[in-house]
Write a protein that binds this ligand. Structure first.
Ligand code: NAI
Ligand code: MG
Length: 491
């Protein structure tokens, strides 16, 4: 062997297989120091402001407007004007052109949006790049296709736009939730006043740039930033015809009370506490991947997260053992690193809520497991967590944690699985893992959940309706069903 080929005292196989850092460059994002409110196609100077930060570093990113009732008044006025001034009577095929344009621009600028989404919200870049952005663009493409076919979607029902839609969205999928709200509203001929969540306004503000690029008529989409007070002003405005809300069950209930008797249309997409049910005949390793995707995707800030794991007793040990081993390989850290699996918790407030619920789990007697991982000093972080030995009555088995925390429970028979899975005030989603098609159908018929995934989890598609039962809300987004809340029918 030549000198070069001889391994010497080096190991033939490296001992350390950890990834080197692979940070995505921030340079593509051009932040302004200060953002106004986007009303009637112009930037309005806000009278009150606050600062938005990066949850991974606590670094201030920009100054944002805190919309007042007077700002909301102007935004609703602009939306009403645009509705009356041609948008609602534009042929569907013309509206579609704008939606197609928006979709294409989102695709063209997807890297910029993905970096900004991760910067402002803390989610891993591989998720914003591979999930949020492609799905947001797909949503606009999909509803662009419906804009001139509403008569076929609802034959003999003479579909008409509702008017001005007030839309309030959360911080877990900021741009994607905007797409879910704006695309069907515009396809149906409505105009929009949208409020992003207070912690994640930046992609919605960058979206205003896209609207201008697409030459969408001014006033068709207005973006008013601010906290819950701004949201309440939208809900209460008498000239808003429809409210679409995604967020906490608590605020959803308050909105429903507020709108009772007003004649305004309402859809609510609220919390969840989904059951992910693992039968002993499933493909174990795939199921473990599905469990991980179900609860650690987006730090568990997912309304349909599989936060209650039900494992058939006969396979309890191997599932928990495989799961713990898999957790050790999850990379927690910098959201802009392309290798990161679990990013930052979205806000100090959310971190506090997770910590409080996790403490209650320990106190009530559950066993906690967290893999060894070094969390960054600054920013908001929480290690992936599994609770075993959980009783159904524990708070961690009942309440939405909205963080990377899994509660493991067991069952013996399919009937018991159904009973336990449905033992929750929520009903947004569920997962079933089994080799038997007949069992999947049997379970899907009995689980009280808006979506039931079989041998997969957290799959989204714009053609497929999404929404809840019970305290998870009502109304559907996505698919043909997602058009209906934005239409009235002269029957
Ligand atoms: P939240 O429901 O307060 O916020 C969601 C949106 O509603 C934000 O844009 C917020 O500014 C707005 N809002 C707040 N109060 C309002 C009001 N009175 N009228 C109108 N709009 C209002 O949710 P928050 O406080 O951020 O999170 C609390 C918990 O809610 C989380 O821990 C999680 O369990 C759940 N949640 C569920 C979401 C889901 O996708 N289902 C999304 C966000 C939170
Ligand atoms: Mg709140």
């Amino acid at each position: 062997m030549s000198e070069l080929d001889r391994p010497g005292d080096r190991d033939l196989v490296p001992k350390d297989w950890t990834y080197a850092p692979a940070p995505e460059s921030r340079d593509i994002v051009h932040l302004r120091e200060r953002y106004g409110l986007f009303v009637g196609g112009e930037w309005l100077e806000p009278s009150e402001t606050y600062e938005t930060i990066s949850p991974a570093s606590e670094e201030p990113l920009a100054v944002i407007g805190q919309g007042t009732p007077a700002d909301v008044e102007r935004a609703v006025g602009a939306a009403r004007g645009a509705f009356a001034d041609g948008w609602s009577s534009l042929p569907g095929s013309e509206r579609a052109k704008y939606l197609f344009r928006i979709a294409r621009i989102l695709q063209e600028r997807s890297r910029e949006f993905a970096v900004l989404e991760s910067l402002n919200g803390g989610k891993p870049i591989k998720e914003s790049r591979d999930v949020d952005l492609p799905l947001a663009a797909a949503h606009f493409f999909y509803y662009a296709g419906w804009a001139d076919k509403l008569e076929y979607a609802f034959p003999n029902r003479r579909p008409q736009p509702v008017g001005v839609a007030g839309q309030i969205i959360p911080w877990n999928f900021p741009l994607l939730m905007l797409a879910w709200k704006v695309a069907p509203a515009l396809a149906c001929g409505n105009t929009v006043v949208l409020k992003p969540a207070e912690t994640t306004p930046l992609t919605a503000l960058l979206f205003c740039d896209v609207l201008r690029q697409a030459e969408l008529p001014p006033g068709v989409v207005n973006i008013v930033t601010g906290d819950g007070r701004t949201g309440a002003a939208i809900v209460e405005h008498p000239d808003v015809d429809k409210i679409a809300f995604t967020g906490s069950t608590e605020v959803g209930k308050a909105i429903q009370r507020r709108l009772a008797g007003s004649g305004k249309k309402l859809t609510l997409e609220l919390g969840g506490k989904a059951a992910n049910v693992i039968f002993d005949d499933c493909a174990l390793d795939q199921a473990v991947e599905g469990i991980v995707n179900g609860i650690y995707f987006n730090q568990g800030h997912v309304c349909c997260a599989g936060s209650r794991l039900f494992v058939q007793e006969s396979i309890y040990e191997p599932v928990v053992e495989k799961l713990k081993r898999r957790l050790e390989t999850l990379r927690v850290g910098d959201p802009l690193d392309k290798n990161t699996d679990v990013g930052a918790i979205n806000s100090a407030m959310q971190l506090q809520r997770i910590e409080e619920l996790v403490a209650s789990g320990r106190e009530e007697g559950a066993d906690i497991y967290q893999p060894p991982c070094r969390l960054p000093e600054k920013g908001y972080w929480f290690a992936p967590t599994v609770f075993t030995n959980v009783a159904q009555s524990y708070r961690i088995a009942q309440e939405e944690i909205f963080g990377p925390v899994l509660s493991v429970l067991t069952f013996r028979t399919p009937d018991e699985a159904v009973e336990k899975a449905n033992n929750t005030p929520y009903g947004l989603s569920a997962g079933v893992w089994t080799e038997k098609g007949s069992r999947i159908l049997w379970m899907a018929q009995r689980l009280r959940a808006g979506v039931v995934w079989a041998n997969t989890y957290n799959r989204f598609d714009p053609t497929s309706p999404f929404g809840g039962y019970k305290e998870s809300g009502f109304g559907r987004e996505g698919g043909l069903h997602g058009l209906e809340p934005y239409l009235r029918f002269d029957e």
